[in-house]
Design a protein around this ligand. Sequence first.
Ligand code: URA
Length: 291
Amino acid sequence: MRWSERQQAMLRQMGLRVWPAALPGAAVAPERTAARAPRPQAGVSANPAPATGTPRAVPPAGMPRLAPTAGTVGTVGTAGEVPTPGARADLAGLDWDALRQAVANCRACGLCASRTQTVFGAGHPQARWMVVGEAPGEAEDRQGEPFVGPAGQLLDRMLAALALTRSSDGAAAPAQRVYIANTLKCRPPRNRNPSAEEMALCEPFLVRQIELLQPRLILAMGRFAVQALLRSDEPVGRLRGRVHRYQGVPLVVTYHPAYLLRNPADKARAWDDLCLAAQVAEDAAVASGPA
Ligand code: URA
């Protein structure tokens, strides 16, 4: 599969060069192919084989590339452990519709007074990837869907570069489906940071979403997602580049897209994180066999 013009443009926008030597019809330098290429996800376009003439992304000059080995560290819980941290007993049996309704009815914290509506989540209910962000912003509060503002547009382009989609229409293959949720389901006024109390009160909804989805891979974007899922105050920069676990599910940490809009130099690292996540998702798919 070849990257479309749009995907190549997105990689350029993220600060990643599309290696001209690997463009269709061009000769490929073998030693650079082996040393610099991001790890692929089977069937998607992260790093198709050079023989197909597909372009590949390489980090900007001088940008260190992490070894994309999916070592498992930072384990937080294991599959089957009970109770799940942050779970609420009354949500345990809820299906997607009932959970969405419970979120819509929630008045547990003061954010219910200023919200236009709750923002539950978006994506395929059997997605293999789960992306977790922080909280709805103005556009999300208005539309009722996560990541629809400028940060969301960057997120969609990043996902599209790996042939991933939040679409729930069933057209995408299972491995390409993404579900997107936030740690908070309501917008904090003026987009201020979530408080510890708001995070704690809202966490059971995210916990139940993860239980229902049973993702093969969680991508935690930004420090509030990290705090909720890993119970860690470590900076994102110190937690990214390796594989953590949430209740047995592999979890990769990366920068929040809003941060990337303010700090474009870190887009190359975010791309590395996505490639690591793609590799982990592929490994999980191989381990569990055909869905
Ligand atoms: N930032 C987030 O973390 N979530 C959104 O839904 C929008 C912006």
